[in-house]
Write a protein that binds this ligand. Structure first.
Ligand code: CA
Length: 248
């Protein structure tokens, strides 16, 4: 999948490109709005709002006027009005700096799924439509079952970031998914709060640790039982399958 990164700040762009490459994305990077508008076609555009030559909102509007390419706005601004204007001029999603790479990748996948659902259909169940590129997103395809974890009634698909409970899909936010996937990486294991914050948020995360509790509470609610995520007093959390002693 080819991404166009429009970002003038090298300190932001360099680690972002490196990280996205690790996730298998091909990234072309430009520094200005003008070069974004003359760049060759991409599968998705990551657009910084604060550009040296043009306002990112105008770049978004111009891109949208001539293409349906998915656009994720990236900005240091966190104003509600910017977000609303961004979405009004055709951005598909909006991410405020600072953000984690995992969160960005989750947004890229979600936007791609929304705008090109066929790219995420397992090839084993559906033949590619005529004209569907075999390169691009296709090269990241994995066998349908790979990355699917079953824990009692819970199914976690890391490839599609979908979770089902008793066969019913759960609507998780990207962070809730990351948190669940992290805990499920070693069912029964105790993770300290800092370990979880490092892995799911950012290494050296110093924000309010209440953030973690809020997400744990939301996950417990969505999993319909608090016993999925056990609190280990004074340490952190662990995942257990309710009514199943196998992981205790
Ligand atoms: Ca900038």
């Amino acid at each position: 999948m080819r991404l166009l990164l429009v970002e003038d700040d090298d300190r932001v762009a360099a680690p972002l490109m490196e990280g996205l490459n690790r996730y298998g994305f091909t990234v072309a990077r430009v520094r200005t709005g003008a070069s974004a508008l003359s760049a060759s076609a991409a599968d998705l555009v990551l657009l910084d709002l604060g550009l040296p030559d043009m306002d990112g909102i105008d770049v978004c509007r111009a891109l949208r006027a001539r293409s349906t390419v998915p656009i994720i706005m990236i900005t240091a601004r966190n104003e509600e009005t910017d977000r609303v204007v961004g979405l009004e001029v055709g951005a598909d999603d909006y991410l405020s700096k600072p953000f984690g790479l995992r969160e960005l990748v989750a947004r890229i996948r979600a936007v791609t799924r929304r705008t090109h659902p066929e790219r995420h259909t397992p090839p084993s169940t559906t033949a590619p439509k005529p004209g569907t590129p075999l390169t691009g997103a296709g090269h990241t395809r994995l066998p349908a079952e790979r990355g699917v974890q079953r824990l009692g009634p819970l199914t976690i698909n890391r490839r599609t970031r979908e979770v089902t409970l008793n066969g019913q899909p759960l609507a998780l936010t990207p962070k809730e998914f990351d948190l669940l996937a992290h805990l499920a990486g070693d069912p029964g294991a105790v993770w300290s709060r800092q370990q979880i914050l490092d892995a799911v948020w950012e290494p050296g995360y110093f924000g309010p640790t209440r953030t973690l509790d809020v997400h744990v509470s939301a996950l417990r609610r969505k999993l319909s039982s608090p016993s999925w995520i056990a609190t280990v007093r004074g340490i952190g959390f662990r995942l257990t399958v309710p009514g199943n002693g196998a992981y205790d």
